[in-house]
Design a binder for this molecule. Structure first.
Ligand code: GAR
Length: 210
């Protein structure tokens, strides 16, 4: 699992593994940010962690090769990006093609990139949410599996949307990872296939606001 920040998605995934909802274990948590709060949380749960910061004299390619080696050494079969904020180079992505997932805080293909909550408000979108997708070299552009959405309220600000989207993420990400580890979800010729059925478009689930 790769993280850069607080690691709330990481914790939701660890909880799901502990409950047995995900048939698998997190073998390592890696971060480009040595100070990422998520690293301490993973350590507290007994997970092996590694900080792999980008060195000033290192090329992006060399950094990603180092990251790839660390992942391979861990024995991981699936790479889960859980708030990992560095863009990965094409060779890295190709290497882990069809076994790397990401979660993104918007209803892709809307609002790829950063500051999604603010951009939803600026655009006046009536709904917002999160997407779990396979990773391809196109940033936030890989085939999407599951989305969760909520209504945007007139009194929302970026922080209230961030909280609402996090609640969704903590449900939909463990679900998708669970499908993969149970052998139910695969990429077949570049398209997600769940229980043998091709997903022409992502499954979309509506969530209520608390
Ligand atoms: C999540 O909202 C995730 O969707 C987003 O970072 C947050 C990480 O939170 N990821 C991206 O923006 C990737 N482009 P967390 O550290 O609490 O899991």
């Amino acid at each position: 699992m790769l993280i850069s920040g607080t690691g709330s998605n990481m914790l939701a995934l660890l909880d799901s593994c502990a409950r047995g909802d995900i048939e698998g274990e997190v073998v390592t948590v890696l971060s480009d940010q040595p100070e990422a709060a998520g690293l301490a949380k993973a350590t507290a749960r007994g997970i092996a962690v590694q900080a792999l910061p980008f060195e000033p004299d290192e090329s992006r390619h060399d950094h990603d090769r180092r990251l790839r080696r660390a992942i391979e050494d861990s024995g991981a079969e699936l790479v889960v990006l859980a708030g990992y904020m560095r863009i990965l180079d094409e060779q890295f992505v190709q290497h882990f093609a069809d076994r790397m997932l990401n979660i993104h805080p918007s209803l892709l293909p809307r609002h790829k990139g950063l500051h999604t909550h603010r951009r939803v408000l600026e655009a006046g979108d009536p709904i917002h949410g999160a997407s779990v997708h396979y990773v391809t070299p196109e940033l936030d552009g890989g085939p999407c599996v599951l989305q969760g959405c909520v209504a945007v309220r007139p009194d929302d600000d970026a922080e209230s949307l961030r909280l609402a989207v996090h609640r969704i993420e903590h449900v939909i990400y463990p679900r998708v990872v669970g499908w993969v580890t149970a052998g139910r979800l695969k990429l077949v010729e570049g398209l997600p296939t769940l229980d043998g059925a091709l997903l022409q478009q992502p499954i979309r689930e509506e969530f209520s606001r608390s």
